[in-house]
Design a protein. Structure first.
Length: 256
């Protein structure tokens, strides 16, 4: 078992063979979900590939003693994901990818924060889930790093390491994960290949060159390397569930 507590901010261990997490006393989660290869085939470069069947393990609604009510009052939840490693044909093992919903009252899509606990991940983000993409950002992250998803950006997470990858996620309780826009395009605007190189998806009309940026630092919201979200001031994370209140943050996050 691998101790992830220093990066998570609460007691949690990784079983790298079973691709599971073991939480400390008093911590509970929603029923665990395992994502299988057949569930993501329609978004892969080659839908007929072979590869690991168990792609990743999802833990939603992690209840941390003393934190649950505060999170709920902010419209937030906390989850975690453990990724297998290996190849899906020529692609590095990854999530299927999605875009977040937007409440009708604001029209501004919900955000999300990833905080990496173990392994090496690449978060691929594109500014829209349509055939005409105008901006692509790629962030490679390791233990202690944070990646924030800007409102309205489609995104997928790729394991670019040589072992399992694990991260926690702050998400909006009201957010729906919309998969169909990327399914129609058979994935994101680029495919991330085994060596970490990017190959344009021919189903898109326009695919800009990806910008590679460093993991995110937003100190005024408690977001930075080695600062576990659940160990800090939870009110600072409101930008995830109330993104319309923080336009300057999003402008700075995606600035060229």
């Amino acid at each position: 078992m691998i101790d992830l507590g220093c990066f998570a901010g609460f007691p949690v261990h990784l079983d790298p063979l079973a691709l599971t997490l073991r939480f400390g006393p008093g911590i509970s989660t929603a029923p665990v979900t395992v994502r299988r290869l057949d569930e993501v085939r329609s978004l892969l470069r080659d839908p007929h590939v072979t590869g690991p069947d168990h792609l990743y393990t999802i833990y939603m609604d992690i209840h941390l003693p003393g934190r649950v009510d505060a999170l709920r009052s902010l419209g937030l939840g906390y989850g975690a994901v453990v990724y297998n490693h290996g190849l899906l044909g020529g692609e590095a093992l990854r999530s299927q990818g999605h875009v977040h919903s937007a409440p009708a009252a604001t029209g501004v899509a919900y955000s999300e924060i990833y905080e990496f606990w173990h392994g090496r991940g690449l978060v691929y983000m594109q500014d829209r889930a349509t055939p005409d993409v105008t901006d692509v950002i790629v962030v490679e992250a390791g233990p202690g790093d944070k990646v924030v998803i800007p409102p309205g950006w489609a995104h997928a997470t790729v394991n670019v390491g040589d072992g399992p990858m694990a991260f926690g996620a702050v998400y909006a309780l009201e957010a729906r994960l919309l998969y169909e826009p990327l399914r129609k395009l058979q994935g994101t605007a680029h495919y991330v290949l085994a060596a970490g190189t990017l190959e344009p998806n021919p189903r898109y009309r326009s695919v800009p060159e990806a910008r590679r940026v460093l993991p995110h630092e937003i100190p005024e919201h408690g977001i930075g390397h080695g600062r576990p979200a659940m160990a800090g001031e939870l009110g600072l994370l409101e930008l995830v569930s109330r993104p319309e209140r923080y336009p300057a943050v999003w402008e700075r996050l995606v600035a060229r």
